[in-house]
Design a protein. Sequence first.
Length: 388
Amino acid sequence: MTLLFAKLFSLAMGIVYAFFKLMKTEDKVAFISRQSETPSLDFRYLIDEIKEEYPQYKVEVLCKMIPKGIGGKIMYCFEMLRQMKALATSRVAVLDGYCILACMLHHKKDLTIIQIWHALGSFKRFGRSVLDMEGGSSSVVADAFKMHNNYDLIAASGDSCVRHFSEAFGQPKEKFIPIGIPRMDYLTDENETDKLKTSIFSAYPQLDNGKENILYVPTFRDTDDDTTRLRKAEQALVHEVDYNRFNLIVKRHVVDGNEEEIYVGSAENKLSGEKFTGMDFMAAASYVITDYSSIIYEALLKNLPAYIYCFDSDKYIDERGFYIDFWHDIPAVYSKTAKGIAEGILNDKAVDSDKTDQFKKDYVNKKYPSITKEYGKLIDELIRNCYD
């Protein structure tokens, strides 16, 4: 049944797309995403670069999440028509996730598709690495809908990520560009960090009290039972922090409500909001606690000591799996208990600097002063048909 639907869907979309392909190809870059309703940080940096340095090229931005429910999915068909038009009339399309039409359709020869995956580094297994596993897609569905097909170039944040992403996308290593991704410019820009820190303290002046800020950014859990366990673990951590020396920021995953809870002075003195991302809060943090999230790479790029609060590691690791050795490769301090994490921070327990430096070189290696400018040059060469 799935194969039949996929064939009918592909046939119908292909017929419609054929009419769009009759339209003239423009010197245009299309940014297409279903990860959020607004352009990602990587997209924003690239869009600004093209508009400032290559104003002769048009830019089209299509960011739309697939709504829940039958009605929402039907309405999304209109967005797919917009995507088809953009793909048919652009010379370069930049993605930050799986785009069904980009992967399924037969495109013009003068279109180049670049995949800049929305997660930094290679951490949890995904895509074709987890087909037919819990949390992964069916191999029948993946093949029917040509998951991660048609990519011409694929960004990677470090050389060691290539073999992992090659497996996840089912694409040869020759297609990869391991020079980093644009958000790495943002993460290492001290001026941006200072501006963001000022914004955070303006929104939450209580955090600017002379104490060090601890940031806890757990990943989301798939089931209600797992989320309940996460909430208990959060509260255990809240009550273990020494508020004579620290403030605590708990930032939940965007899929898990996107809320932030800030504790200043005590576990009962709580502020709530939804103003910044976990990556934003790093500008005001001295320590980062996470679990199974690739945000560990952002923390390392900002030279923040990392702590892994792995209270449910046995269950989580068994279900998903990692590209790296979770227990030995990551330059972080581990504990399955809130008390162990709090004591580790209190005592400034840290990882050997050589291990940290090597890990960063392997997985988040910023090879150029401005990665964004390198991608701008690449896109310019692709449009002018002189990319080697």
